[in-house]
Design a protein around this ligand. Sequence first.
Ligand code: ADP
Ligand code: MG
Length: 698
Amino acid sequence: MDLSYQDIKFLPGVGPKKADILAKELGIRSVDDLLHHYPFKYVDRSRFYYLHEISEEMPFIQVKGKILRFEKVGEGHNQRLTAVFTDGKETIELVWFKGVKWVLDKYKAGIEYVIFGKPSLFNGRFNIVHPEVEIASKLPPPEQMGLQPYYNTSEKMKSNFLNSKAIQKIIFPLLQNIKTGIPETLPAFVLQKFALLNLTESLVNVHFPKNADMLNKARQRLKFEELFYIQLNILRQTKWRDLNYRGFVFGQIGHYFNTFFKDHLPFELTNAQKRVLREIRIDVASGRQMNRLLQGDVGSGKTLVALMAMLMAVDNGFQACIMAPTEILATQHFVSIKEFLCDLGLEIALLTGSTRPKARVELHEKLQNGEMNILIGTHALIEDTVQFKNLGLVVIDEQHRFGVEQRSKLWKKNQNPPHILVMTATPIPRTLAMTLYGDLSVSVIDELPPGRKPIQTYHYYNSKRQGLNQFIAKQVQVGRQVYVVYPLINESEKSDLQDLETGFQYLCEVFPNFKISRVHGKLKAAEKEHEMQKFVNGETQIMVATTVIEVGVNVPNASVMVIESAQRFGLSQLHQLRGRVGRGAEQSFCILLTDFKLSSDTRKRMEIMVRTNDGFEISEADLQLRGPGDLEGTQQSGLPFELKIANLARDGKMLEIARNASMEILEDDPTLEKPQNRILAQQLRKMKTNAINWGSIS
Ligand code: ADP
Ligand code: MG
């Protein structure tokens, strides 16, 4: 019996209308989906509390007792109903703001009830607003109630009678009925090796835990499974690639690399750059296809490493290309690479969305007859019309979301897949890297070129703006340039965030003698380019911008980065923005502006930014902070798949175990053909179909 084919609309209590809502709101279509819609928290109903035990830290309590009397307070809209409730010793007030008539009809004084709710402090006394009230004699004893599950629901679901309780009422009988029939999804030897609960028991206990211990075991098993299959999937693809493709061999270091290294390189390579180049060299000479992730903070000199790797390709008769996420960045790469390689006599070209058709035709021809050595561009490079004679190396720059699928498009650009080097300036925490880029080997540049002064970062409240203006004026007067970044382009009624247009006008008034560039995502590409260029050339002293400048622009003379409404940006983004300065020899500064009133999370973010320039530390902190506040389970943004129960910030150890387990299995049986592994191959196939279905629906 395959539960993934059983439509939920036939379940008792569901029907076509609710099934439709569940599908739209939560993507739940099959019985299998429903069983894997886990509670996001549990409430302990395994005992009754006494009123004298209540404290503010208690999320929920249940108390047994009687209502003494009701009282209506206020009139019309402001009317509320209160009830005095006693556990026999003390009293507490119950409050209803809605459904007054309904409550009065339903609940009576003098009957023994169990009330359940969240105590809150009001005028120095505890009360419970909108408690759940149930007749005591109709409830099972508390030992049998245990931990109560709470499910995520949306407003739309609630207004269609699909609140958490309703979901509970659908899942409970379902589990009762199919208890014996949920097919296991992990092989027996894996369950045994890691002492995991079987699937049926795990699902029963994750929805209706017998006790805290069983809940814990159930969650462990489900987390393991989730992480395990992601790893198995990634690692199997890697194995498959190694078995089926031979990598191009760049056997020699030749003329171009050597000449560049001896005669053109304007500075000494850092030790980190040398080390990474050695790692790349070993890969490309190995006969296996390189898939390497190069992590290095902004300004650590990744582009140069990429360039030298491309020269290795050219020296061995191959073409190379580098792909950047934006046109501006691609153009900048083109200009600086051309400058680096000035009279080496190589053919280098730029290809972006705005390359003219005529130039394109010529370019395509040169790519196909092999005249073109190095191509630099945007996503335009992936298009099928772009065909190389002999592409040997692809570099992907500054791309955080470039998964296995997209990369595989590049593999098809040659008979054998080219070597691939992915570069990112946003250091990815280990757990995330293993999940997103689990098939890549990792190189790290952990050293900046000498002579760089660490950027000084300050957090100012908006009230200090006057002082900041004086500081900006001083910097510009000594010849520096300044970025001011805004979270919004235009004023918005809904928020009190600073916006670019207002800020631009303000700065024009404050600094009538300075010239100011204005760049944002709504400008046409050419306009943006023009404004940007003015700043790059030094014609303008200040650039106001949105986060379009986040990636890549290089203006070494810019020494100040002001970030308005900094609370609006995540840590990685702040760090990326900060990386736009500190690229020259001068001392650089980053100023984070916020209101005085801040959430504790934001305050932490600002503190981390002020304390450290270390991208790795920042990315770890980012992952921890973004981790869900409640009992886990919330989705992590930016992943190509949804994690339902595991959490990359907290389950690092489990991930490691799951990864090692996958490796061990694939080592022994790379194609998963052995009988004990059949279930694994089956699950991977199912994951794939699900992903495709999902893709075609959304
Ligand atoms: P990334 O792409 O890692 O942010 P870049 O490759 O753009 O960094 O390098 C930043 C700047 O540092 C560039 O101007 C580059 O020419 C320069 N640079 C790179 N490596 C070195 C080095 N070893 N010594 C001095 N300057 C370097
Ligand atoms: Mg770069």
